[in-house]
Design a protein around this ligand. Structure first.
Ligand code: HAX
Length: 445
């Protein structure tokens, strides 16, 4: 393995190994000594309605509380806005810091985030064949199709895969996984920005700037350069980074990873799940749905009339058997703190924006209507209800690209977790399934 990654361990890897060896022993003990302990029972409803609320995964990077929202290693979004390192005191936290926290369970310093910004910059070279693979696809291919294809084609560089083939000891899986993960995170903004520029701009490639942090560099490579946009990207990359282990993108990454597929394949699987309309694609759906609604609203400027038209449009959408995109959640039972973080960013930085005003009106109009249906468990907005309007305000109007941005951010959480999956030597995931006859038998029908 030394030929593949060298025997040098930087300080992050040393910390990870020190913590990892202790926790690996705990996981081993839990399985060996306490494996018989029953934690909860499972009912038919849970199995047939998407395993909601059924504990079945070990995820250390974050935990989602239905009433309080996401906690990254125990810290809420407002908490982290105070505690994580920033470029300027009044600015947004650096995603490098969030990754460090999720990986090591330790609050980073500015030196730590600088170290990661440099490390990711140094790893950001994308192999030429990956660009050629993306270019072989029609320019009209959906950005998420190009993005996931680009990720899979980068797997030629997987150090984990080569080391595994060379007979890697399973206690060392985490080490080569770490290398793949760091290379992958470093390169994602490069391929994402290139996909953006070939799909919606002149196709020219903008080199990363070694003096910029990871999120600012993403904006820069897409062709957006202002301190305010850099702040937006830092915030966006932090709030979308993780949502515990059961959401489709996290779960798919983890599941495929348990087959010891390389981190590129594992994360690509997660991205294909993120591309679904009930998950990360909802940020596109919101914008499409609002743009159709705006056609109906027309040029009305009277706020009362606009509100009435919005309400009628919401009711019509529901009566057609469709969902209101950006509303509801499988776990949350309150307004998503990620929605609130974006709303506060808009209040702080944007004076007046028609689309943002509409999104704020929807926040007042939609929840009472969803509540009145009596079946929607969470009538409140999720992260996707706001993100498109913010990006649109800053000129990023191509909403087919929004899920790619979500995906770049999601890498931070799900890939930090993949390193821990390998550190713990978590085995192949293989739940059992039953036939309809079995369920009927259980129900006695
Ligand atoms: N509009 C209308 N009806 C809704 C609704 C919404 N936004 N959210 C839920 N419902 C309906 C469901 O369709 C379901 O109806 P049926 O019983 O007739 O099938 C009923 O309410 C109960 O659903 P639920 O238990 O409240 O919701 P689920 O846990 O099954 O699903 C979803 C959660 C997020 C998929 C759902 O709320 C939804 O479809 N929302 C709109 C799409 C969306 O915004 N997705 C993004 C979620 C956040 C995310 O992952 N981002 O990446």
């Amino acid at each position: 393995m030394d030929e593949l990654i060298g025997n040098h361990m930087d300080y992050i890897k040393k910390k990870l190994l020190e913590k990892g060896e202790k926790e690996r022993a705990v996981v081993k003990r839990l399985i060996g000594e306490f494996g018989e302990v029953v934690v909860e029972s499972v009912n038919i409803d849970q199995i047939l309605t998407g395993m909601k609320g059924m504990t079945s995964l070990l995820t250390v990077t974050s935990k989602l509380d239905p009433e309080n929202g996401i906690r990254y290693r125990g810290h809420s979004i407002p908490d982290l806005q105070q505690k994580l390192p920033k470029i300027t005191p009044e600015g947004e936290p650096l995603p490098e810091g969030l990754f460090y926290l999720m990986l090591l369970d330790e609050m980073p310093t500015r030196e730590d985030t600088d170290y990661l910004s440099r490390d990711w910059y140094n790893r950001s070279h994308v192999p030429y064949h990956v660009i050629k693979v993306i270019e072989a696809m029609p320019i009209t291919s959906k950005p998420m199709t190009q993005f996931s294809t680009g990720i899979i084609s980068m797997a030629t560089d997987s150090i984990f895969q080569k080391a595994h083939r060379a007979g890697l000891n399973k206690n060392d899986y985490w080490n080569t996984t770490y290398e793949d993960v760091m290379n992958l995170i470093a390169r994602l903004p490069v391929i994402a920005a290139y996909i953006y520029r070939r799909s919606f701009k002149d196709g020219s490639f903008i080199e990363p700037d070694r003096d910029l942090d990871w999120a600012a560099n993403f904006a820069h490579m897409m062709g957006y350069d202002s301190e305010e946009i850099y702040q937006l990207f830092r915030m966006y990359m932090c709030i979308h980074a993780d949502h515990e282990g059961g959401n489709v993108s996290a779960h798919a990454t983890h599941l495929v990873g348990t087959a010891l597929s390389n981190p590129y394949y594992s994360y690509a699987a997660g991205m294909l799940g993120l591309a679904g309309p009930l998950h990360g694609y909802a940020n596109q759906e919101v914008m499409y749905w609002i743009s159709e609604m705006l056609k109906v609203i027309g040029n009305d400027i009277d706020e009362k009339v606009i509100r009435e038209k919005i309400e009628a449009y919401v009711r019509k959408t529901i009566s057609e058997g469709k969902v209101i995109p950006g509303y509801g959640h499988a776990v949350l039972r309150v307004t998503d703190p990620r929605f609130t973080a974006q709303q506060l960013f808009a209040e702080k930085n944007i004076k007046d924006d028609h689309l943002i005003n509409i999104v704020n009106m929807l926040y007042e109009i939609v929840p009472p209507i969803l509540k009145s249906l009596g079946k929607v468990k969470n009538p409140w907005p999720n992260v996707d209800a706001f993100s498109g309007a913010l990006l649109h305000h800053y000129g990023i109007t191509e909403y087919f690209f929004y899920t790619v941005m979500f995906g770049v951010s999601r890498a931070l959480g799900v890939l930090a977790q993949l390193i821990w999956d390998r550190m713990y030597n978590l085995p192949l995931e293989r739940p059992s399934s039953e036939t309809l006859e079995w369920f009927k038998g259980k129900a006695g029908i």
